[in-house]
Design a protein around this ligand. Sequence first.
Ligand code: NAP
Length: 290
Amino acid sequence: MASVTRWLGMQFRRFGPAKEQVSVIGQGTWYLDPGSRASVVTALRQGLDFGMRHIDTAELYGDGEAERIVGDAIAGRRDEVFLVSKVLPRNATRLGTIAACERSLARLRTDHLDCYLLHWRGPYPLEETIAGFEQLVFRGKIHHWGVSNFDVPDLEEALSIAGPDQITCDQVLYHLQERAIEHAVLPWCLRHGVAIVAYSPFGHGHFPSSHTRGGRLLEQIAEAHNATPRQVALAFLVCRDLLFAIPKASNPEHTAENAGAGNLRLSDEELLKIDRAFPVGPPRRELPML
Ligand code: NAP
């Protein structure tokens, strides 16, 4: 059985244009089970102990309940966390963005977010949402803002409105079996210094099984590092500067395992083998995975 003690060396890196150093592995909160609240809070707090300081949530998740659970988990530990939440597109007018953020802050029981994202492109002009973000920065309610599920044309539009070094991150679907962002979104973000946050890094529960060629390769590489296949997958996803991943785990054992990817470095040869076993598929339109 692989070691879960690698967390002692969690890597941190600059989060795009933000000056903060953020753990390469963070914690997602979609589909947290409110029925197992105590164990979920324990898992999140243990994740913080293990160095997974980036917690991702959204007003959407559990209709605000995920933010309340995160509020419990970070109580008394706010300074340790790089806290991210998201505004729903239907709320993302200038005033709506500000009001949604206030509601999220109340549920999270904090006075600021480290980063606030537009969850995906919606009906309102981007100028409106960005004006809301800028007001929130001005008032100290958020330190940075970013986007999610943005394709290159959306990113170009946001850049033309906000100017350089303002878009902190694009949070996008990225896992071994879904690497479409590598066609255009990833190169664009690397060129403009925007952090990429890989959501659903385990395919939202569809992780390659050991019955597949790719799954067996992950096992072989894991064995060589006294690691697990999931740790290898996460290490692949964050192998470059500006890349981060936010697996969700409500089971404390899973949290410990995921944190173990935070200092796992794969060789060029291993990265190449994984690259060949999980080829980049055709381009796709960035859409929220709902
Ligand atoms: P995911 O992280 O790919 O997979 C979560 C599933 O994997 C859960 O069933 C979890 O089980 C299991 N798991 C986690 N660690 C494990 C381990 N070490 N061993 C075995 N199973 C493990 O899926 P996700 O929740 O879709 O994505 C992660 C986060 O990204 C979300 O929670 C959310 O914060 C964010 N997200 C953002 C968007 C967006 O549109 N911006 C969309 C989707 C997701 P347990 O819970 O039982 O531990």
